[in-house]
Design a protein around this ligand. Sequence first.
Ligand SMILES: [Zn+2]
Length: 426
Amino acid sequence: MANYKIINGTILTCLEKGLKTEEKTVFVRDGRISFQPFSEDEDFEVVDARRKLIMPGLINMHTHSYMTMMRNYADDVPFTDWLFNRVMPVEDNLPVEAAYWTSLLGCLEMITTGTTCFVDMHMYHRQAALAARDAGMRAYIGRGLVGEDLYGDGYSRYQQAMEEKEEFASDRLNFLLSPHAIYTCSEKLLVQIGEAAKKDGFLKQIHLSESMTEIEDCYKAHGKSPVAYLKDIGFLDADTILAHCVQMQEGDLDIIRNCGATIVTNVASNAKLGNGIAPLVDMREAGINVCVGTDGAASNNTLNMFREMGLLSLMHKAHTRDCLAIPSDYIVQMATCHAGKALKDKNIGSIHEGARADLVFVDLDSPSLFPNNNIISSLCYSANGSEVDSVMINGSFVMKNRDLLTIDKERVFFEVSKIVEANLIH
Ligand SMILES: [Zn+2]
């Protein structure tokens, strides 16, 4: 592993009171950030980062990377039709190995738009882990769990989750338990997953309170909101990551705050599927740790975190009719250091001594960012991802001067085209 001395750049640091930019030399030693110069007997390469912003890599806290082949496949259809008649039939028939290429396409898109780490919920054994490993990305991989009983009908999926962790756990690859939703998992299964996560030290992620149908069905079945239901069965805790949380009911945010759980908001997916706008302003005021996710490409159409950040800020300002509703530096923190906190790793999502060297080099001479009147707000309001010049993950470049170093783009496009032709129903 090479060491690097990165000179002439501007770095973005995440402090208690907010973000700050400063010109500073960064040293990358054994995959970690340092501000201590190399000694005479250390080998290193010099990287000139003149006119570049060096920021922590973006962390996509909720996606399904394999879904890229369904980009724009089922647009402008109602949510239940989208899920049950369009997406699920394709998923059910997709050969397992195909998900390697479609996940790799997801990694390709994420790297080129400045994402260094993602939390994935998948349903194809080993494929997301293989893709993240080959792409050189940091990832938290979760086998989607559904059914009645973790040790009955859900056992093979749970076994796969355990096997993936056993086979792939590394410096970059982490694993979590991913029950799909309260409407696809029985109460018994959720309780078992909660217990297994505690026993084996797993984080867990679930889709929650995404649509009004889910809320209405939960009240009918349990007489309470999905959040209250999960709390009452002992599922919610500080190791729980809740994707969506669009339709929050009275008392829900207090429960989430008191349990210390994290929320991942997916603004584009929620808007596109007509599910509404999550109450981000209230979540922030409640003191909940909120992060950003893109969801899968079938429900968003892009895994571009810069677009997600821009939409988040603008939609909440419009929705609340308050231009101060959500400041841009808070949004950038949601996509970086908040995610590190949620993933219980203070060494990702932030540039500091000893942090993992997951760095994105943003070209400040991009037309969309120039002049650089406010670099931090430009990341939210002006950037579209094309400004990302180079990406380093765990101390290794995966893209340099827009050249992909770990992924053969032509091969990925070729393979995904074949998969689309064979599997999508037109
Ligand atoms: Zn999802």
